[in-house]
Design a protein around this ligand. Sequence first.
Ligand SMILES: NC(=O)c1ccc[n+]([C@@H]2O[C@H](COP(=O)([O-])OP(=O)(O)OC[C@H]3O[C@@H](n4cnc5c(N)ncnc54)[C@H](OP(=O)(O)O)[C@@H]3O)[C@@H](O)[C@H]2O)c1
Length: 222
Amino acid sequence: MTSVLVTGCDSGLGREFAQQYADAGWTVWATYRDIANALADDRMQHAALDVTAFGDFEALRQRIGGAPLDLLVSNAGIGLDSGHLGQLDFDYVHRMLAVNLVGALKLVETFVDNVAASGIRRIVLVTSRMGSIASNLTGGHYGYRASKAGLNAVGRSLALDLHRRGVAVTMIHPGWVNTAGGSPQAPLSARDSVSAMRATVARMGNHETGTYVSFDGQPLPW
Ligand SMILES: NC(=O)c1ccc[n+]([C@@H]2O[C@H](COP(=O)([O-])OP(=O)(O)OC[C@H]3O[C@@H](n4cnc5c(N)ncnc54)[C@H](OP(=O)(O)O)[C@@H]3O)[C@@H](O)[C@H]2O)c1
Protein backbone atom coordinates (compact mmCIF):
# COMPACT_ATOMS: atom_id res chain seq x y z
CA MET A 1 0.00 0.00 0.00
CA THR A 2 1.17 3.54 -0.74
CA SER A 3 2.35 5.48 2.29
CA VAL A 4 2.98 9.08 3.25
CA LEU A 5 4.41 10.87 6.28
CA VAL A 6 3.28 14.45 6.88
CA THR A 7 4.64 16.91 9.46
CA GLY A 8 2.65 19.65 11.16
CA CYS A 9 -0.75 17.94 11.10
CA ASP A 10 -1.87 19.97 14.13
CA SER A 11 -3.72 22.35 11.80
CA GLY A 12 -4.02 23.83 8.33
CA LEU A 13 -2.42 22.23 5.29
CA GLY A 14 -0.78 19.36 7.19
CA ARG A 15 -4.11 18.24 8.56
CA GLU A 16 -5.65 18.47 5.11
CA PHE A 17 -2.79 16.49 3.50
CA ALA A 18 -3.28 13.71 6.07
CA GLN A 19 -7.04 13.58 5.52
CA GLN A 20 -6.89 13.66 1.73
CA TYR A 21 -4.27 10.92 1.49
CA ALA A 22 -6.20 8.78 4.00
CA ASP A 23 -9.38 9.32 1.94
CA ALA A 24 -7.42 8.17 -1.12
CA GLY A 25 -6.58 4.93 0.69
CA TRP A 26 -2.94 5.67 1.54
CA THR A 27 -1.25 4.59 4.75
CA VAL A 28 -0.77 7.91 6.54
CA TRP A 29 1.75 8.77 9.23
CA ALA A 30 0.32 12.01 10.61
CA THR A 31 2.75 13.82 12.89
CA TYR A 32 2.01 16.63 15.30
CA ARG A 33 3.99 19.23 17.21
CA ASP A 34 1.52 18.49 20.00
CA ILE A 35 -0.02 15.02 19.94
CA ALA A 36 -3.06 16.44 21.80
CA ASN A 37 -4.04 17.87 18.38
CA ALA A 38 -4.19 14.40 16.78
CA LEU A 39 -7.03 13.81 14.35
CA ALA A 40 -9.71 11.41 15.56
CA ASP A 41 -9.11 9.09 12.61
CA ASP A 42 -8.12 5.50 13.22
CA ARG A 43 -7.18 4.96 9.56
CA MET A 44 -3.94 6.85 10.31
CA GLN A 45 -0.85 6.32 12.41
CA HIS A 46 -0.42 9.31 14.72
CA ALA A 47 2.90 10.42 16.20
CA ALA A 48 4.41 13.31 18.11
CA LEU A 49 7.09 15.09 16.09
CA ASP A 50 8.33 18.52 17.02
CA VAL A 51 10.72 19.10 14.13
CA THR A 52 13.07 21.05 16.40
CA ALA A 53 13.32 18.15 18.90
CA PHE A 54 15.81 15.70 17.45
CA GLY A 55 14.87 13.06 20.06
CA ASP A 56 11.38 12.98 18.51
CA PHE A 57 12.90 12.05 15.14
CA GLU A 58 14.79 9.15 16.67
CA ALA A 59 11.70 7.84 18.49
CA LEU A 60 9.66 7.96 15.28
CA ARG A 61 12.46 6.40 13.23
CA GLN A 62 12.48 3.45 15.62
CA ARG A 63 8.71 3.14 15.44
CA ILE A 64 8.61 3.16 11.62
CA GLY A 65 11.66 0.92 11.32
CA GLY A 66 12.44 -0.11 7.75
CA ALA A 67 8.91 0.35 6.41
CA PRO A 68 8.86 2.09 3.03
CA LEU A 69 7.57 5.68 2.84
CA ASP A 70 6.48 6.56 -0.68
CA LEU A 71 6.11 10.23 0.04
CA LEU A 72 7.56 12.50 2.69
CA VAL A 73 5.75 15.83 3.09
CA SER A 74 7.73 18.42 5.03
CA ASN A 75 4.89 20.79 5.84
CA ALA A 76 5.52 22.04 9.38
CA GLY A 77 6.29 25.72 9.35
CA ILE A 78 5.92 29.02 11.14
CA GLY A 79 5.70 32.38 9.48
CA LEU A 80 4.72 35.40 11.52
CA ASP A 81 6.61 38.57 10.70
CA SER A 82 9.80 38.90 12.73
CA GLY A 83 9.58 42.71 12.81
CA HIS A 84 11.21 45.63 11.01
CA LEU A 85 14.92 46.32 10.69
CA GLY A 86 16.00 47.91 13.95
CA GLN A 87 13.36 46.04 15.93
CA LEU A 88 13.88 42.48 14.79
CA ASP A 89 12.85 39.65 17.06
CA PHE A 90 15.95 37.50 16.67
CA ASP A 91 14.62 34.72 18.86
CA TYR A 92 11.79 34.34 16.38
CA VAL A 93 14.18 34.55 13.41
CA HIS A 94 16.17 31.68 14.94
CA ARG A 95 12.98 29.75 15.58
CA MET A 96 11.83 30.13 11.96
CA LEU A 97 15.17 28.85 10.71
CA ALA A 98 15.01 25.95 13.17
CA VAL A 99 11.50 24.87 12.16
CA ASN A 100 11.27 25.75 8.46
CA LEU A 101 14.82 24.94 7.37
CA VAL A 102 16.75 22.77 9.84
CA GLY A 103 13.67 20.74 10.81
CA ALA A 104 12.93 19.93 7.18
CA LEU A 105 16.53 18.85 6.54
CA LYS A 106 16.52 16.65 9.64
CA LEU A 107 13.26 15.07 8.50
CA VAL A 108 14.77 14.08 5.18
CA GLU A 109 17.99 12.83 6.74
CA THR A 110 16.01 10.67 9.16
CA PHE A 111 13.65 9.05 6.65
CA VAL A 112 15.52 9.09 3.35
CA ASP A 113 16.20 5.34 3.49
CA ASN A 114 12.49 4.66 3.97
CA VAL A 115 11.71 6.82 0.92
CA ALA A 116 14.43 5.15 -1.15
CA ALA A 117 12.94 1.74 -0.24
CA SER A 118 9.50 2.71 -1.59
CA GLY A 119 7.86 2.61 -5.00
CA ILE A 120 7.14 6.32 -5.55
CA ARG A 121 10.25 7.77 -3.87
CA ARG A 122 9.30 11.45 -3.59
CA ILE A 123 10.02 14.17 -1.07
CA VAL A 124 7.85 17.30 -1.02
CA LEU A 125 9.11 20.38 0.79
CA VAL A 126 6.30 22.87 1.41
CA THR A 127 8.05 26.15 0.76
CA SER A 128 6.72 29.59 -0.13
CA ARG A 129 6.85 32.11 -2.92
CA MET A 130 8.28 34.35 -0.18
CA GLY A 131 11.43 32.23 -0.51
CA SER A 132 11.98 33.46 -4.06
CA ILE A 133 14.88 35.94 -4.09
CA ALA A 134 14.16 36.94 -7.71
CA SER A 135 10.56 37.92 -7.02
CA ASN A 136 11.19 39.73 -3.73
CA LEU A 137 10.12 43.25 -4.68
CA THR A 138 8.75 44.35 -1.30
CA GLY A 139 11.48 43.54 1.25
CA GLY A 140 11.02 42.74 4.92
CA HIS A 141 10.05 39.34 6.34
CA TYR A 142 13.75 38.60 6.87
CA GLY A 143 13.41 35.44 8.88
CA TYR A 144 10.63 33.83 6.88
CA ARG A 145 12.13 34.68 3.50
CA ALA A 146 15.55 33.38 4.60
CA SER A 147 14.07 30.18 5.99
CA LYS A 148 12.21 29.38 2.78
CA ALA A 149 15.02 30.48 0.43
CA GLY A 150 17.31 28.27 2.52
CA LEU A 151 14.82 25.44 2.28
CA ASN A 152 14.86 25.81 -1.51
CA ALA A 153 18.67 25.61 -1.49
CA VAL A 154 18.51 22.51 0.69
CA GLY A 155 15.91 20.94 -1.60
CA ARG A 156 18.03 21.53 -4.68
CA SER A 157 21.06 19.85 -3.08
CA LEU A 158 18.92 16.97 -1.88
CA ALA A 159 17.57 16.51 -5.42
CA LEU A 160 21.10 16.29 -6.82
CA ASP A 161 22.42 14.05 -4.04
CA LEU A 162 19.44 11.66 -4.04
CA HIS A 163 18.99 11.38 -7.80
CA ARG A 164 21.20 8.29 -7.98
CA ARG A 165 18.88 6.59 -5.47
CA GLY A 166 15.86 7.41 -7.60
CA VAL A 167 14.45 9.82 -5.01
CA ALA A 168 12.86 12.99 -6.42
CA VAL A 169 12.47 16.24 -4.51
CA THR A 170 9.90 18.98 -5.13
CA MET A 171 9.72 22.40 -3.50
CA ILE A 172 6.09 23.51 -3.65
CA HIS A 173 4.35 26.80 -2.80
CA PRO A 174 0.81 26.11 -1.58
CA GLY A 175 -0.60 29.44 -2.76
CA TRP A 176 -2.02 32.02 -0.37
CA VAL A 177 -4.27 29.86 1.76
CA ASN A 178 -6.92 30.49 4.40
CA THR A 179 -5.11 28.88 7.35
CA ALA A 180 -3.57 30.15 10.58
CA GLY A 181 -0.29 30.48 8.67
CA GLY A 182 -2.03 32.32 5.80
CA SER A 183 -4.93 34.70 6.32
CA PRO A 184 -8.74 34.67 6.46
CA GLN A 185 -8.55 36.96 3.39
CA ALA A 186 -6.60 34.37 1.41
CA PRO A 187 -8.34 33.22 -1.77
CA LEU A 188 -7.56 29.50 -1.49
CA SER A 189 -9.03 26.98 0.94
CA ALA A 190 -6.76 24.36 2.49
CA ARG A 191 -8.83 21.75 0.70
CA ASP A 192 -8.28 23.26 -2.77
CA SER A 193 -4.62 24.01 -2.14
CA VAL A 194 -3.86 20.48 -1.00
CA SER A 195 -5.84 18.80 -3.74
CA ALA A 196 -3.98 20.94 -6.33
CA MET A 197 -0.60 20.14 -4.72
CA ARG A 198 -1.42 16.42 -4.64
CA ALA A 199 -2.38 16.50 -8.33
CA THR A 200 0.79 18.41 -9.24
CA VAL A 201 3.00 15.96 -7.38
CA ALA A 202 1.17 12.94 -8.81
CA ARG A 203 1.72 14.24 -12.37
CA MET A 204 5.47 14.49 -11.91
CA GLY A 205 7.82 11.82 -13.15
CA ASN A 206 10.95 10.97 -11.19
CA HIS A 207 13.09 12.78 -13.78
CA GLU A 208 11.41 15.98 -12.54
CA THR A 209 13.44 16.71 -9.46
CA GLY A 210 14.87 19.79 -7.80
CA THR A 211 12.07 22.01 -9.11
CA TYR A 212 10.43 24.96 -7.35
CA VAL A 213 6.79 25.20 -8.34
CA SER A 214 3.49 26.68 -7.32
CA PHE A 215 0.57 24.50 -6.15
CA ASP A 216 -0.71 24.30 -9.75
CA GLY A 217 2.66 23.16 -11.09
CA GLN A 218 3.78 26.53 -12.52
CA PRO A 219 7.55 27.02 -12.13
CA LEU A 220 8.64 29.80 -9.78
CA PRO A 221 11.75 31.96 -10.17
CA TRP A 222 14.48 31.19 -7.63
N1 LIG B 1 -1.09 29.43 4.30
C1 LIG B 1 -0.37 30.05 3.39
O1 LIG B 1 -0.82 31.01 2.73
C2 LIG B 1 1.04 29.58 3.10
C3 LIG B 1 1.75 30.21 2.06
C4 LIG B 1 3.04 29.78 1.79
C5 LIG B 1 3.60 28.75 2.49
N2 LIG B 1 2.91 28.16 3.51
C6 LIG B 1 3.56 27.06 4.23
O2 LIG B 1 2.65 25.99 4.39
C7 LIG B 1 3.01 25.20 5.52
C8 LIG B 1 1.77 24.93 6.37
O3 LIG B 1 1.29 26.14 6.88
P1 LIG B 1 -0.28 26.43 7.14
O4 LIG B 1 -0.66 27.50 6.21
O5 LIG B 1 -1.04 25.17 7.14
O6 LIG B 1 -0.24 27.10 8.58
P2 LIG B 1 -0.57 26.47 10.01
O7 LIG B 1 -2.00 26.13 10.09
O8 LIG B 1 -0.02 27.43 11.00
O9 LIG B 1 0.23 25.10 10.01
C9 LIG B 1 1.59 24.99 10.33
C10 LIG B 1 1.75 23.72 11.12
O10 LIG B 1 3.12 23.54 11.49
C11 LIG B 1 3.12 23.12 12.84
N3 LIG B 1 4.37 23.41 13.52
C12 LIG B 1 4.86 24.59 13.96
N4 LIG B 1 6.03 24.41 14.59
C13 LIG B 1 6.28 23.08 14.54
C14 LIG B 1 7.31 22.26 15.03
N5 LIG B 1 8.35 22.78 15.71
N6 LIG B 1 7.25 20.92 14.81
C15 LIG B 1 6.21 20.38 14.14
N7 LIG B 1 5.19 21.10 13.66
C16 LIG B 1 5.23 22.44 13.86
C17 LIG B 1 1.99 23.90 13.47
O11 LIG B 1 1.61 23.33 14.71
P3 LIG B 1 1.04 24.28 15.87
O12 LIG B 1 -0.06 25.09 15.26
O13 LIG B 1 0.59 23.34 16.91
O14 LIG B 1 2.20 25.12 16.29
C18 LIG B 1 0.93 23.77 12.41
O15 LIG B 1 0.24 22.57 12.51
C19 LIG B 1 4.10 26.00 6.25
O16 LIG B 1 5.36 25.45 5.94
C20 LIG B 1 3.96 27.39 5.66
O17 LIG B 1 5.17 28.13 5.71
C21 LIG B 1 1.64 28.54 3.83
